[in-house]
Design a protein around this ligand. Structure first.
Ligand code: 3HC
Length: 692
């Protein structure tokens, strides 16, 4: 092997040069990789004994894209455009040999080559959109030339990788080679290219697919219409479509220039900064400071779920989907039947949409055993209790479970608020007790708050995090406190929203501001959806809040056709004159002088106290890092990923600005706005949450 540089080797197999990139873990296009690639191509092109060049990667994958950590930093190393010029301007065929994932800039490098071969398990994709940017090395210009505008737009806007088989069907690759024999297959392909004197095929020169779309603006109009909802608030997709349009309307080099301009504009946006931050946050969240990766885990073959209600059923589905047997337990046959019927109906609906086969449905249902007696979970390795949110009931169940569950089994409570340590204290195995706070609908929402008790053992945490990953969740480790991380912060927003509608705003004003900020719905629409009568009872209702008054009038939310809003049969919400009057009367009764409340105040009042609470949570060590809080809000509450989560948003706004506002609110409105000491300290030290 001849080293080109520390991450690149160039060897010869007869008259074929093999250029190998080896930069673990994923061969991202760091400065060294780009420099090595350029130099290696240059050396091979210059060597008269070389007739063809195979570009291949060592390790688990082909190039997985640009080095995301380099964005926003001063450029180093050789730009990729030089490799592109060297390949396309050279007189020898370059063959990309792909395994693993050819993503982003990695896929673009493959597209610069004259030919591409891959193993069947290889995947190709342009995930830049997920980072708030577009392609920066010709992806928007070359892919439409290969597979047409519609297919390219689909790949670029979804960011979802496609298989080697699909790549072959689309003509993205020229051949599939046998799994595990990539090098041999690529060399054989190169041999053929040399022997047949095949002309050098440059994707940039292909015209027919882009010509077919020329003069058809309706193609782009349809793509915009179809994606408008999905991309509400996002900027990058507009740039992506403009760049693809340039592939249709402009000569290749001008299209490349347009792509570069769009890329440069997007890479500096707050949206892209936020989305790149989230990329790393999603990976950090799995790491638990004092639970190293090599902590032993316990095998989980069978899971018990106590309760077949909405939560219990949804939780069970997660495990069934992952092929894990579930023993579900209810107290009455009727409740059990209802729970099982709901699970089956959910699966049948998915099957109707074509996302499961009828056989898959049966396999999953076959893994589910129903039971009416807690004893049934005696052989389970992990038991999730998902009953009514009441400490006495939960303690009672844990006392019993402790006796029934086998030695070493983990006992988890699906609670949204309650103290795990108190629950654990009634068992003889508090080290094997923890909280697993699933979000509703539990089979859909990705977030899982894993609640660590005082005594929870490290292998129990490691096992639960591993299990969470296995069932496709994103898990954040949190500490015991009321409402844990997500609901504790949500409480701040809800309190301010309730105050704001007394002071002068209407529910739909608050909701509009929060919706426009990018969340899927505002606090009042959310309350209507959940039901206003959660925790309410007619007997104890004292007309002491607007919510109580609404419940007394049987306006209990969407399910009764009325709540903070009026609903039509299709559940479309309309501002309600009745509610408006209730609010005005209530404010008058309380002696509140209503005033005009600006949208800016609504946003700051709802969000800054959440950030402040997040700071307290960090100070108390209830979350490991600010980015974990952001992961919780993005995945559990629909916080827009392009704003990075509440703590990242605070960094964008500036912690000093957040603090100043909190102080201003505190001066006029009191205690609720008392700044967290951590926020004060951050500002004094000119730091940000993300570099705490
Ligand atoms: N840049 C920098 N670091 C990266 C990276 C990248 N493109 N891709 C992965 N990493 C890092 C991860 O942060 C992680 O680091 P850690 O071990 O310190 O946490 C490590 O590599 C392994 O990654 P994963 O844990 O994600 O490993 P998986 O095996 O689960 O997944 C993967 C591998 C499918 C390649 C996944 O990492 C991935 O999707 N990476 C991002 C791909 C991407 O977005 N590429 C486009 C970049 S933008 C671009 O190319 C612009 C271009 O047009 C110029």
């Amino acid at each position: 092997m001849a080293a080109v540089n520390s991450v690149t080797d160039l060897t010869r197999e007869g008259d074929i040069a093999v250029l190998t990139l080896d930069s673990p873990p994923v061969n991202a296009l760091s400065a060294d990789v780009r420099t090595g690639l350029r130099a290696g191509i240059g050396d091979a092109m210059a060597d008269p004994a070389v007739k063809a060049i195979v570009l291949i990667c060592a390790g688990r994958t082909f190039i997985a894209g640009a080095d995301i950590a380099e964005f926003g930093k001063p450029p180093r190393g050789t730009p990729l455009s030089e490799s592109q010029a060297a390949i396309e301007g050279g007189n020898k065929p370059v063959i990309a040999a792909v395994h693993g994932t050819a993503l982003g800039g990695g896929f673009e490098v493959a597209l610069m080559c004259h030919y591409r071969v891959a193993v069947p398990s290889a995947r190709f994709g342009l995930p830049e959109i997920k980072l708030g940017i577009i392609q920066g090395a010709g992806g928007t210009q070359r892919l439409p030339r290969l597979i047409g505008v519609e297919n390219a737009a689909e790949a670029i806007l979804s960011g979802t990788p496609f298989s080697g088989k699909r790549a072959l069907e689309w003509g993205v690759i020229d051949a599939l080679v046998e799994e595990g024999k990539l090098r041999e297959g690529a060399l054989a392909f190169a041999r053929k290219a040399i022997d047949s004197k095949a002309p050098l095929r440059k994707v940039r020169d292909l015209q027919d697919k882009v010509e077919a779309a020329r003069g058809h603006p309706e193609i782009f109009e349809k793509i915009r219409r179809d994606n408008a909802r999905k991309f509400r608030g996002f900027e990058a997709w507009h740039g992506a479509l403009r760049a693809i349009q340039a592939a249709v309307d402009l000569p290749f080099d001008e299209g490349m220039k347009r792509e570069r301009e769009e890329f440069q504009k997007l890479v500096t946006t707050d949206q892209s900064k936020a989305q790149r931050y989230v990329f790393f946050a999603e990976r950090k969240v799995w790491k638990v400071a004092d639970v190293p990766d090599d902590t032993p885990t316990l095998p989980i073959k069978k899971v018990g779920v106590i309760g077949a209600g909405t939560m219990g059923g949804g939780i069970s589905m997660n495990f069934l989907n992952a092929g894990i047997a579930v023993q579900i337990v209810e107290t009455s046959q009727q409740a059990l039947d209802r729970g099982l019927a709901t699970i089956r109906r959910n699966y049948d609906n998915t099957a109707k949409k074509g996302r499961l086969t009828p056989a898959d449905v049966e396999t999953r249902m076959g893994l589910l055993s129903p039971g009416l007696n807690l004893d049934a979970v005696s052989d389970c390795d992990f038991v999730v209790e998902a009953v009514y949110e009441n400490m006495d009931i939960k303690k009672d169940i844990f006392r019993k479970l402790d006796k029934i569950a086998k030695k070493g089994a983990i006992l988890a409570s699906n609670t949204s608020y309650l103290n795990i340590d108190e629950i654990a204290s009634v068992t003889s195995r508090p080290d094997h007790v923890l909280g697993t706070h699933f979000f509703s609908p539990a089979n859909v929402m990705r977030l899982l708050e894993v609640v660590r008790g005082d005594k929870t053992a490290k292998p129990v945490i490691a096992t639960t995090m591993q299990l969470a990953r296995k069932i496709g969740k994103i898990a954040a480790l949190v500490g015991v406190c009321h409402g844990f991380v997500g609901n504790r912060m949500l409480h701040e927003r809800q309190r301010e929203a309730n105050k704001l509608i007394l002071e002068g705003a209407m529910p739909w004003d608050v909701d509009r501001v929060i919706y426009d900020f990018g969340l899927p719905m505002g606090p009042f629409a959310m309350s209507d959806l959940a039901g206003l009568d959660i925790g309410w009872s007619k007997q104890t209702s004292k007309s002491s809040t607007i919510r109580e008054i609404l419940c007394e009038l049987d306006r209990r939310g969407q399910k009764t056709g009325a709540g903070f809003y009026d609903y039509d049969e299709a559940r479309n919400a309309k501002p309600s004159p009745v509610v408006e009057k209730i609010i005005l009367d209530f404010a008058a009764k309380k002696g509140v002088n209503r005033r005009a409340v600006s949208d800016e105040e609504i946003l700051e009042r709802c969000i800054y106290p959440m950030i402040n609470e997040g700071a307290k949570i960090l100070e108390e060590g209830k979350a490991q890092r600010a980015s974990d809080i952001d992961i919780i809000w993005i995945n559990g509450y629909g916080w827009p990923v392009y704003r990075g989560g509440p703590m990242f948003y605070a960094d964008l706004v500036g912690p000093d600005k957040v603090l100043a506002k909190m102080k201003e609110f505190e001066a006029t409105m009191g205690e609720d706005f008392k700044p967290a000491p951590l926020l004060e300290r951050l500002v004094a030290e000119k730091k940000q949450f993300q570099n705490l």
